[in-house]
Design a protein around this ligand. Structure first.
Ligand code: HSE
Length: 303
């Protein structure tokens, strides 16, 4: 390969309240990596994770690329990986999925594998351990994954174009692993029924713009109640977002970020969430994100 190319991978917000491990949305907030031929493999990172992420063989982007090469019976040539991260780490915005997806897309391209997106979602979900961030990162829009289907079934849907997501990102981090450990292995049937009705309602609300459904449709009994004690200021910020006009509010992925869904009034919602978090001594940043329709892609080639 004598080619240099740049890969763009979007952040994602998963779960969307009731759709634990099933629903996800791609957002217009990106990690990028420029991949170029090199005499020996090296990784550079700037932006988020610069001082935290490994640059050796433990790097998740590199491991994912090597795993796909190995599965395909090929060897990955030495490459330089120059990453720039705008997606904050360990905040429930799919940063690890961006690394996995970037690695897989790079290997698919460099090795000329020609694997389709659905297949890449399956490989990525195997590496990540759950599919709901990697699917929207690869496919864009709103994605619905059916865990335990074999092969994994993934459907991409178009969310209503008026949808906006106000993201509140606390300064503190929570690992998905730690946030999964607090979840019960079994739940009461009433809670399962509560969630399955709302997950269906959430898809209808987002696709058809049935905004009046969102308040009820973002409620959840499978993960948020167990996780909120790990996240100071988050319950207060969610309440403030609702009071300021957000039609629905959810913990983003495994947290601690908050995704407030609206079709307008984003500034007032953002301000209310920041103030509520600050009143709990939690510093935050806020971003108003549009929906990324296309998902990860190669944006520049040369050489
Ligand atoms: N569905 C996963 C979880 C998403 O909630 O643990 C992690 O971002």
């Amino acid at each position: 390969m004598a080619e240099i190319f740049e890969i763009l991978v979007p952040a994602t917000t998963a779960n969307l309240g009731p759709g634990f491990d099933c629903l996800g949305l791609a957002l217009k907030l990106y990690n990028r990596v420029v991949v170029s031929p090199a005499n020996e493999t090296r990784v550079s990172i700037d932006g988020h994770g610069r001082d935290e992420l490994p640059r050796d063989a433990g790097n998740l982007m590199l491991r994912s690329a090597r795993e796909l090469a190995q599965r395909s019976g090929k060897a990955l040539p030495p490459l330089a990986w120059d990453a720039h991260h705008d997606v904050p780490l360990a905040r429930g915005l799919g940063s690890s999925s961006t690394a996995i997806v970037a690695g897989l897309l790079a290997a698919n391209t460099v090795l000329g594998l020609g694997l389709p997106r659905d297949e890449l979602v399956r490989v990525a979900a195997g590496i990540e351990g759950h599919p709901d961030n990697v699917a929207p990162a690869l496919l864009g829009g709103l994605t619905l994954c059916l865990p335990d289907s074999d092969p994994l079934v993934v459907e991409r849907l178009n969310p209503h174009p008026a949808l906006q997501v106000v993201l509140l990102v606390p300064q503190f981090q929570i690992s998905t692993c730690a946030a999964r450990q607090v979840l019960p292995a079994q739940v009461p049937r009433a809670d399962a029924v509560f969630n399955l009705a709302r997950a269906a309602a959430m898809v209808a609300a987002l696709v058809e713009g049935r905004w009046a459904l969102l308040g009820e449709a973002t409620k959840d009994r499978l993960h948020q109640p167990y996780r909120l004690p790990l996240m100071p200021g988050v319950a207060e910020a969610m309440e403030a977002a609702r009071a300021a006009g957000a039609q629905g509010v959810a913990v983003s992925g495994s947290g601690p970020s908050v995704a407030a869904f609206c079709t307008g009034g984003a500034g007032a919602i953002a301000l209310a969430m920041i103030r509520a978090a600050r009143s709990c001594a939690v510093d935050t940043t806020v971003t108003v994100a549009q929906i990324e329709p296309a998902g990860a892609r190669i944006v520049r080639r040369s050489g």
